[in-house]
Design a protein around this ligand. Structure first.
Ligand code: 6R9
Length: 635
């Protein structure tokens, strides 16, 4: 019996039980039967949860790109691997076959090697959603260089912090990027970033917008001429199962972003397996995930998961609202998309508009629709299900994280019955537990608890780049022996999980993870600001929006608060990026603090939500009187 594809609900339970009872046998069979290895693993998994040390497919040798491309060429060489849909709907879409993609990746891999990049070197990729981002990622993986894709909406200082943290030797960027009607000056941002990055020796520049850029001699080179003369004969690097494949930064509850490290074999097996089963992928399907490759969703379900399965994956350069609100639906129709995977925030923003935008398109090609990034509220769930899925496509609400590598809790399309707002059941291999405040496992249903996983799965991130201690502290110390997700969840009578949201200082805004600490750091850098606290409050489209409480310094120089609000948001844009701007700012004279000096965010959250009832226990506050003042200021 093969474990790679689950055929029905009964089989799901069988596989699930097998994966718990005999995880080694379960994953060993999947790995051995569905991938090409230079050498297979015998031990399969070794771990020590107390030390946060996890290894999968121990001693195996493999190259993930050989599994994404080379092995498909004999059967699927002419098949489309990537459909590139450009920002401007009047420009032709590009269909890149497996053969073409293989050649482009091989040439790029040779360019990287010629530029001195070797196995283990870090390469920062700061590109828009154009084919070159896929080619660059795969070329790095082919030669064993560790890619660190930084979302091309991050500011110069945010990029610089990420480049410095992992000491990238090279940056791959473009002259600019198109986003709706705007053109973004990516090379300019990189130039600013690199004034503070000593490790970068080379910058390769893709021409996309034809905007004029400055090229620093000895450092910057146009990519195309290098590709034109590169050979397409490239020998892939033989990688150890646990060699790092990539670093991807995610927000933490302290200032510094966390460079999550994913390694080769486990990530490969888990993304391929989860893609196949959650989306019920079949040969000839056309899969479209609307995320950016700058996020984990793009890594796992635009690139690796689909390509490992020999699928056709759509890559979209633009935004859902350009040239109008029907762009998503038009693309589904045009490319006969069968699986569509997007975020609740996109659904909510499109659901606000006239129904005609979606009703114009029959969307008959769709078989499965998916959601990711934040809880999908009931209203958005029904709109998506009714108007996009036509009430006939299963809606898979997929819960997972940058740290988890792939989807952990989700319905499997056509197998698991769905229930609005419930992510439903864990995938095989995922041993979910809910923990109470006393660190005991919650056995009852309908009780909220901290969501933990008690056994490693192949896709889990192995460490934080350069800081294993922080990895252990963040994920393995709150509930010893278990991986703590930072999310809260409930379980219903049949074992379905509903994710209730973050229980830490991370706020999900439009599906983007934002730590309060780095935003507060950015606000505090404004010369007029003494201290600040940022919390989330519910927002119709973004899910959560940001509310900042700001204490100003005594000096009277900054009386004009309209300008101050703008300046503070500009600071945030410069330090992090426009996604982290505050929707509301309230100037206050103090913040509610405990005697140990901790800001009581619970109270600030309630005030931001406009809920003035029941602040809970405020007796431990150092300054209880401030609560009334803040309340009144809000009114
Ligand atoms: C894949 C991704 C992770 C955080 C996660 C949780 C939230 C993601 C969700 C969801 C409810 C879902 N989240 N999917 N919450 N239901 N289906 O989004 O990774 O950017 O690291 O965010 O997003 O809070 O902990 P990442």
């Amino acid at each position: 019996m093969s474990y790679y594809k689950i055929e029905n609900l009964e089989q799901y339970f069988k596989h699930y039980n097998k994966s718990v009872r005999e995880p080694r046998k379960f994953w060993s069979k999947i790995a051995s039967e569905n991938f090409t290895w230079y050498q297979e693993s015998e031990k399969i998994v070794e771990f020590d949860m107390a030390e946060a040390k996890i290894k999968w497919f121990v001693d195996a040798k493999v190259n993930i790109v050989k599994n994404c491309l080379d092995r498909h060429l004999s059967k699927r060489g002419e098949k489309t691997a990537i459909i590139f849909e450009p920002n401007n709907p009047n420009d032709a879409a590009e269909h890149i076959s497996y053969n073409d993609l293989y050649v482009r990746v091989a040439k790029m891999a040779n360019v990287l090697r010629e530029q001195g990049i070797q196995k283990g070197d870090r390469v920062c990729i700061y590109l828009p959603m154009i084919p070159e981002i896929a080619v660059s990622v795969l070329a790095c993986a082919r030669i064993g260089a560790i890619h660190s894709v930084v979302f091309a909406g991050f500011s110069a200082s945010a990029v610089a912090a990420r480049i410095n943290d992992s000491e990238c030797k090279m940056v791959i960027t473009s002259d600019g990027g198109f986003r709706g009607e705007k053109t973004i000056d990516l090379k300019g941002i990189i130039d600013d970033a690199l004034t503070n990055c000593k490790s970068v020796e080379t910058v390769l520049v893709v021409k996309r917008t034809n905007t004029s850029v400055s090229m620093k001699p000895g450092r910057d080179q146009w990519l195309q001429p290098l590709l034109d003369t590169a050979s397409d004969n490239n020998v892939a690097e033989i990688m150890d199962a646990e060699d790092p494949l990539f670093i991807l930064y995610t927000s933490g509850s302290t200032g510094k972003p966390k460079g999550m490290v994913h390694t080769t074999a486990g990530y490969m097996v888990y993304t391929a397996y989860s893609f196949k089963n959650v989306f019920n992928y079949e040969e000839n399907d056309v899969f479209w995930c609307t995320a950016d490759i700058g996020w984990i969703t793009g890594h796992s379900y635009i690139l690796y998961g689909p390509l490992l399965n020999g699928a056709t994956t759509v890559m979209f350069e633009g935004i859902p609202t350009y040239p109008d609100y029907s762009r998503f639906w038009e693309i589904i129709e045009k490319h006969k998309v069968t699986q569509f995977y997007t975020a609740p925030t996109a659904i909510r923003s499109l659901a606000k508009e006239n129904l005609e935008y979606v009703q114009k398109y029959p969307l008959k090609s769709l078989k499965v629709i998916g959601s990711v990034g934040e809880p999908i509220n009931e209203e958005a769930w029904h709109w998506y299900n009714d108007h996009v899925g036509g009430k006939r496509c299963p809606l898979v609400d997929t819960w997972w994280q940058t740290e988890t590598g792939g989807i952990l809790i989700s319905a499997l399309a056509f197998i698991t019955p769905t229930k609005p707002t419930y992510a439903s059941l864990p995938l095989p291999g995922i041993q979910v537990v809910l923990m109470d405040e006393k660190r005991n496992e919650i056995e009852d249903n309908q009780v909220a608890g901290s969501l933990c996983i008690k056994f490693p799965w192949p896709g889990i991130a192995r460490t934080i780049w350069g800081d294993h201690h922080r990895y252990k502290e963040t994920y393995f110390s709150a509930f010893p022996g278990k991986y703590f997700t930072g999310d809260g969840a409930l379980r219903d009578e049949v074992g379905y999980y509903r994710i209730t949201g973050r229980v830490d200082d991370i706020i999900i805004v439009s599906g983007h993870n934002l730590g309060t600490a780095p935003i507060e750091d950015a606000i505090n850098e404004h010369p007029a600001v003494a201290e600040s606290a940022v919390v989330g409050f519910p927002h119709d489209v973004k899910g959560n929006a940001l509310y900042g409480y700001v204490i100003l310094k005594e000096s009277g120089e900054y009386r004009d608060r309209t300008n101050l609000t703008k300046e503070i948001n500009q600071h945030i844009s410069d330090h992090i990026g426009p996604i982290a701007k505050l929707d509301k700012i309230q100037f206050v004279s103090g913040l509610p603090k405990t005697r140990s000096g901790k800001i009581m965010r619970r109270i600030l959250r309630k005030i931001a939500e406009g809920d003035f009832s029941n602040f809970g226990d405020t007796t431990t506050l150092l300054n209880p009187e401030i609560v009334d003042e803040i309340k009144e200021g809000k009114l």
